[in-house]
Design a protein around this ligand. Structure first.
Ligand code: NAD
Ligand code: IPM
Ligand code: MN
Length: 375
């Protein structure tokens, strides 16, 4: 496999460009010091694309995303765009990327770095050493199901306001089986346990989900330990005793919510990276998009206070899953760990009386300095 990789960077909105600037420093370091040649292109997504082109993702950008080895995305959205027509909202740009690249497996690892165990909103003994992986289905379910929309409900005189809003939870067996396979494959490289979450007690799509995950297990991965849990109980168990989990596989909407909850186990939403993977391309690498789990954080955008670690760790995932550079990914994760162990903190990782936080750019510089020391 060649060591030349094409990357499309889509910084997006709010803190997206701020955290992405720090990832660029890290990319440059790996280029200079580890001989990885990156052809880096940059383009617009979300509100930034809407401002320039009147659409949150142009066809030209979509085509570029389809043709590169990996896409790195910052974040999209913000209050300036909240009242736009639904079809051109910033979030639609991200959803189009996920759908058209067919990125069905969204890997959201939640690891608690030891240096942050006291900072989590849960007790140290509950989160110390935590290492779980949420595999969220990303291309189907209620995010994309038809029918959908807001309609007038004129024939129903009892409906005060006269409108109805509709979204449809829809899953095919094939969609469930392929994401289940991703979860089982990943579990085999970890602690070999998968917990599948749905609401089979109230939803037919949940019954299908449970049956198909079980089918994939029984026919293809009988060596992996499989359990099932209702997603509401899963949310409770995640904060009660998160260490009971290894890999969690769940649908698009439950995965969105459960992964934000898991973020707080690690100390901050600013810590959680993600990889969205599709089927392998002709070169054997999966279609891939890497992005932090957090959003554009309008409340702190433009202040240089955002934590860039989630975005930097997303690049580590790119090294691991797109570029087959596991050792370099480990190195970058160790650099982050070292900086945190040295007590360097952005504001989101500090108690109110915890001392002086560093800014976004300083945090990036510290991580590059740690790479220099460890690499
Ligand atoms: P958010 O993740 O942007 O922010 C939630 C809270 O976490 C805020 O208080 C924010 O300051 C804090 N936070 C998030 N990332 C941080 C970081 N790196 N460092 C420090 N603090 C951080 O979620 P929200 O406020 O619900 O949404 C804001 C906008 O972002 C909305 O338009 C939403 O649709 C969008 N959004 C986009 C993505 C994405 O692009 N993948 C994900 C979630 C939300
Ligand atoms: C996420 C976000 C997105 C989602 C939005 C911005 C479309 O919350 O990536 O978690 O709901 O999937
Ligand atoms: Mn989310």
């Amino acid at each position: 496999m060649s060591d030349r990789f094409s990357l499309l960077i889509l910084p997006g909105d709010g803190i997206g460009p701020e955290v992405m600037a720090e990832v660029r420093k890290v990319i440059a370091w790996f280029g200079k010091r580890r001989g990885l040649l990156f052809d880096v292109d940059e383009d617009l997504v979300g509100g930034a694309a809407y401002d320039a082109h009147g659409t949150p993702l142009s066809d030209a950008t979509m085509a570029r995303a389809q043709s590169v080895d990996a896409v790195l995305l910052g974040a999209v959205g913000g209050p300036a765009y909240d009242n736009l027509d639904f079809a051109v909202k910033p979030e639609r740009g991200l959803l189009r990327l996920r759908k058209e690249m067919d990125l069905y497996a969204n890997l959201r690892p939640a690891q608690c770095f030891d240096a942050l165990a006291d900072f989590s909103s849960l007790k140290r003994e509950v989160v110390a050493g935590l290492d779980i992986l949420i595999v969220r289905e990303l291309t189907s379910g209620i995010y994309f199901g038809e029918p959908r929309g807001i309609h007038s409900d004129d024939n129903n005189p009892d409906n005060e306001g006269g409108r109805v809003g509709i979204n449809t939870q829809r899953y095919t067996s094939g969609e469930i089986r392929r994401v289940a396979r991703s979860a089982f494959e990943l579990a085999r490289k970890r602690k070999n346990r998968v917990c599948s979450m749905e609401k089979a007690n109230v939803m037919e799509s949940g019954i299908l989900w449970r049956e198909e995950v079980q089918w994939v297990h029984d026919n293809e991965y009988p060596d992996v330990e499989l359990s099932h849990m209702y997603a509401d109980n899963g949310a409770m168990q995640l904060v009660r005793r998160p260490s009971q989990f290894d890999v969690i596989v769940t649908d698009n909407l439950f995965g969105d919510i459960l992964s934000d909850a898991a973020a707080m186990l690690t100390g901050s939403l600013g810590m959680l990276p993600s990889a969205s993977l599709g089927a392998p391309m002709a070169n054997g690498r999966p279609k891939a998009l890497y992005e932090p789990v957090h959003g554009s954080a309008p409340d702190i955008a433009g202040q240089g206070r955002a934590n860039p670690i989630a975005c930097i760790l997303s690049f580590a995932m790119a090294l691991r899953y797109s570029f087959d550079r596991g050792e370099d990914a480990d190195l970058l994760e160790r650099a982050v760990e070292k900086v945190l162990a040295d007590g360097v903190r952005t504001a989101d990782l500090m108690a109110a009386d915890g001392g002086t936080p560093v800014g976004t750019s300083e945090m990036g510089d510290h991580i590059v300095a740690a790479l220099d020391q460890l690499g």
